[in-house]
Write a protein that binds this ligand. Structure first.
Ligand SMILES: C[S@@+](CC[C@H](N)C(=O)[O-])C[C@H]1O[C@@H](n2cnc3c(N)ncnc32)[C@H](O)[C@@H]1O
Length: 243
């Protein structure tokens, strides 16, 4: 999208509603990540409002975070336990923190927020440089199969329908660049609100090659946070990379 500023997707308006509709798999994600941290320090890339970082810290793990949006991080700070997570403001592709971690994780499709292959590979390389020996890099992201076979490579999806408002998800996918231009459209009595976002999808196989370039390998892959098998029907994958 011409003139698209990635940080506009995480402005004050977006941050204000971000936690209104939890996904429901947060507890399972926290249990998975707690085990993956194996008693060591954890770093969440793109920590956001602390949806995962706060309960993970509350479970006894030392959690650090990186993010670029002051609005998202402000929400994190305002929540109970928000002072327990040390957040560095910066681009997560750079992993701009000191020291190493037994767990680095990047969830909720956010690897796709890096809009070209170079930056996505750079992220893997910088993660590898901050992983302790035996450490894990856990990535959770949607599988891209739902973007195959779209008519004219575009879609309109009724996301949420309530008495006072309806939410549409409108997208156009470019298979050449693997970019999805998307906007969530909220229609209500107070008018129309738009929440645009651009992402670059990756097939799991491409992600595995990015890891290899960075000196990591795929150790495990699941179809969900509860250890579901990963299959052609999986809507998302949870992938564990190690050196
Ligand atoms: C979908 S939210 C995910 C937040 C959190 N990880 C979660 O699971 O709820 C994406 C987050 O990535 C952050 N973000 C996007 N691109 C970034 C970048 N290049 N560097 C740092 N943070 C970024 C946004 O500010 C936002 O907080």
């Amino acid at each position: 999208v011409d003139g698209y500023d990635p940080m506009a997707s995480f402005d004050a308006a977006a941050a204000a509603i971000y936690d209104d509709h939890p996904r429901g798999d947060e507890d399972a994600a926290v249990a998975f990540l707690r085990e993956a941290a194996a008693g060591g320090r954890a770093l969440e890339l793109a920590v956001g409002t602390g949806r995962i970082a706060l309960p993970l810290a509350a479970s006894g793990v030392e959690v650090h975070g990186v993010d670029l949006s002051p609005h998202m991080v402000e929400r994190l700070r305002a929540r109970p336990g928000g002072d327990r997570v040390a957040v560095t403001m910066g681009d997560f592709a750079d992993v701009p923190v000191a020291g190493s971690f037994s767990l680095i994780y990047l969830v909720y499709n956010t690897i796709y927020n890096l809009l070209d292959q170079d930056r996505q590979v750079r992220c893997f390389e910088n993660v590898a440089a901050h992983l302790e020996d035996g450490g894990a890099f856990v990535v959770e992201a949607l599988t891209p199969w739902h973007l195959e076979g779209l008519r004219d490579n575009q879609y309109v999806h009724a996301e949420r329908i309530a008495v006072a408002e309806a939410w549409l998800d409108v997208g156009r996918y470019d298979p050449v660049t693997q970019r999805l231009d998307e906007t969530h459209v909220a229609l209500g009595a107070d008018g129309v609100r738009l929440f645009p976002i651009v992402t670059r999808y990756i097939y799991p196989s491409e992600m595995d090659l990015m890891a290899r370039i960075a000196g990591l390998h795929l150790a495990e892959r699941f179809g969900g946070w509860s250890g579901e098998p990963f299959t052609a029907r999986s809507d998302l994958h949870v992938s564990v990379y190690r050196r």
